[in-house]
Design a binder for this molecule. Sequence first.
Ligand SMILES: Nc1nc2c(ncn2[C@@H]2O[C@H](COP(=O)(O)OP(=O)(O)OP(=O)(O)O)[C@@H](O)[C@H]2O)c(=O)[nH]1
Ligand SMILES: [Mg+2]
Length: 222
Amino acid sequence: MLIDNITIRVRAGNGGDGTVAFNTNLMSRGPTGADGGHGGSVYFEGVSDLNALSQFSNKKELIAEDGGKGGQQFRDGSDGKDLICKIPVGTVINTIENGNVQEILHIGERILIAKSGHGGRGNFKFRSSTNTTPKESEKGTLGEDFTIRLELKLIADIGLVGLPNAGKSSLLNELTRAKSKVANYPFTTLEPSLGVYYELILADIPGLIEGASGGNLPNQKI
Ligand SMILES: Nc1nc2c(ncn2[C@@H]2O[C@H](COP(=O)(O)OP(=O)(O)OP(=O)(O)O)[C@@H](O)[C@H]2O)c(=O)[nH]1
Ligand SMILES: [Mg+2]
């Protein structure tokens, strides 16, 4: 079943803490505590696969990696990896906490959703002419954490319109990976089905009944 509306949690990685450390070499006792690494950010990227939101049916949290803690001897903490999550073009992204609304319009377009935290500075960065043995360091900042509602707006580029039993669903199935039901009787298709043909969205529309536009509908439900 096509998922077109889902709420998920998105958290960017936290920055790693800076470290307090001193050189163990007797000749030089200076500060060597290094900086924490940056966390990973979370991005959404547009793809043509209309079913891409189904990845969230079981997994409703996207959490990017945290940055590593700063080490001794000037060894900075590792940076967290960015998380790039693919969602269908035409998806509207609602950030619940701040009311921000964005939309992915193109294949390959990338939108930053949750910004990572910065790594904190280690004590080496706090040295000065008046304090050559600083004992302070910074904590990493937190990554952004949001509840996001994703809504897929199904706007087709091309609609296949025709009389019942004309072969519309067969054409859609040939051109795309859609699996619209095909049978040798009219009104097989009762709800529009969609497929992606290169960058175009094709819609297979239920068969048209003669006179329907004039309100002359027979009992058949379309
Ligand atoms: N001979 C022939 N039969 C076709 C062709 N395309 C489809 N058919 C057959 O026509 C019948 C109807 O095909 P569908 O694709 O279900 O037609 P549809 O327009 O979607 O029909 P509804 O959804 O009922 O409006 C099926 O038995 C198909 O196998 C074609 O190019 N040639
Ligand atoms: Mg059909």
